[in-house]
Design a protein around this ligand. Structure first.
Ligand code: SF4
Ligand code: SF4
Length: 208
């Protein structure tokens, strides 16, 4: 039977060999990675058949000089091609977090066509999307009748000031917006005057 001192010595010897073995394994791993670091993985799309074949080499990318390709159906920064927007408000209505703000002004006549041939009759003095609130659900792009609201591949758009996360898509200056509002108001006034005069003339005819 071992006395206590022999038992302690035996445990210390076993611990020493176990630590040495662990150190040796760790060094082996380090040397293997150093050796493999002569190669590096290329930034492949996850759908690439070779994506999982590259199991050795440096995996870190030198972003922003190189980056992983993003999927075609990825949902990143929104963009509104305002020339194709008919200001129908559907996107704002469906947005679950109310991050789209649209103000519309009626035009006095047709103001053009979108690229799919839809007639445009409304101006948008305000078309803002607060991308700090957006949850990137993509619902607004789904309902857009002219496909002018799309998700782009831009994902790196962090800002220091959160106010800069509000994207403005209007193509009108405040002065132009005021001018369009006035044109509409003047047209409505002229229509009201014309209606009143027509009514008066009819009443006079009836009285004769
Ligand atoms: S992606 Fe979703 S949350 Fe973002 S603006 Fe569109 S509807 Fe709103
Ligand atoms: S749904 Fe499309 S067309 Fe309608 S207001 Fe929104 S962006 Fe414009």
């Amino acid at each position: 039977m071992e006395n206590p001192q022999e038992k302690i010595g035996s445990l210390q010897r076993r611990g020493f060999w176990r630590d040495l073995q662990s150190l040796w394994q760790g060094l082996g791993l380090t040397w293997r990675h150093l050796f493999q670091a002569r190669e590096r993985r290329s930034p492949l799309h996850i759908a690439d058949p070779n994506y999982f074949q590259q199991d050795t080499g440096v995996v870190t990318l030198t972003y922003p000089y190189e980056s992983l390709p993003v999927p075609e159906n990825g949902r990143y920064r929104l963009h509104n091609e305002i020339d194709d927007c008919i200001v129908c408000d559907l996107c704002a209505k469906i947005c679950p977090v109310d991050c789209i703000t649209i103000e519309s002004v009626k035009a006095t006549e047709e103001i053009g066509e979108t690229s799919d041939g839809t007639k445009k009759r409304l101006y948008a003095p305000v078309f803002d999307i607060d991308l700090a609130k957006c949850c990137y659900c993509g619902l607004c792009t789904t309902v857009c009748p002219t496909d002018c609201l799309t998700m782009t591949k831009v994902y790196d758009f962090a800002e220091v000031d959160i106010k800069n996360m509000i994207y403005h898509f209007t193509d009108l200056t405040p002065e132009q917006a005021e001018e369009k509002k006035k044109l509409w108001a003047d047209q409505q006034e002229a229509i009201a005057v014309a209606k009143a005069e027509a009514m008066k003339a009819r009443q006079q005819q009836k009285g004769e």
